[in-house]
Design a protein. Structure first.
Length: 156
């Protein structure tokens, strides 16, 4: 963990980017975290060590880390979440009723990607957003999505 954070800080310094105490603390937190990270959770944890860290500093640092390939983000139902790029890309699945989260590997999602490309000539980035639906438990319970069922779209 510490060596990963040091490697990232070294990379940023080599690009002539300032390593403020806030940025150092954010990098250390990101490199120590497991799985998905929300900017708000990062800000809370960092503020315990470095009081007064502004959420905008967290967002700017995450953007910088993403520009350098260290983290990537996805838009989930709860908002943007980040994870280290080294953790691997995957497709997010989110239950619209209970909020349970699961994922598909890119290999598992390849068929869906090919289907979209074949029928629409479009190459999707399935890692950038969450696919919403109902988990097996909520389906078995006969649940509806939060706020009722989505309205049907008419084909014109």
């Amino acid at each position: 963990m510490g060596s990963q954070a040091e490697n990232v800080r070294g990379l940023l310094r080599s690009r002539r980017l300032r390593m403020t105490p806030q940025r150092r603390a954010i990098v250390a937190d990101v490199m120590a975290a497991e799985g998905h990270m929300s900017p708000a959770a990062i800000a809370r944890r960092v503020r315990e060590r470095v009081p007064g860290v502004n959420p905008s500093t967290v967002y700017r640092t995450l953007q910088l880390l993403e520009e350098h390939g260290i983290v990537t983000h996805a838009h989930l139902e709860s908002g943007p979440e980040y994870h280290r790029s080294s953790d691997g890309q995957h497709v997010h699945l989110t239950c619209s009723r209970c909020g349970a989260e699961d994922s598909l590997s890119l290999a598992e999602a390849e068929r869906l990607k090919r289907l979209i490309a074949t029928h629409h000539g479009f190459s999707p980035d399935l890692t950038h957003f969450a696919i919403s639906g109902l988990c097996a438990r909520c389906q078995a319970a006969g649940g509806e999505r939060r706020g009722g069922r989505a309205p049907r779209r008419r084909n014109r």
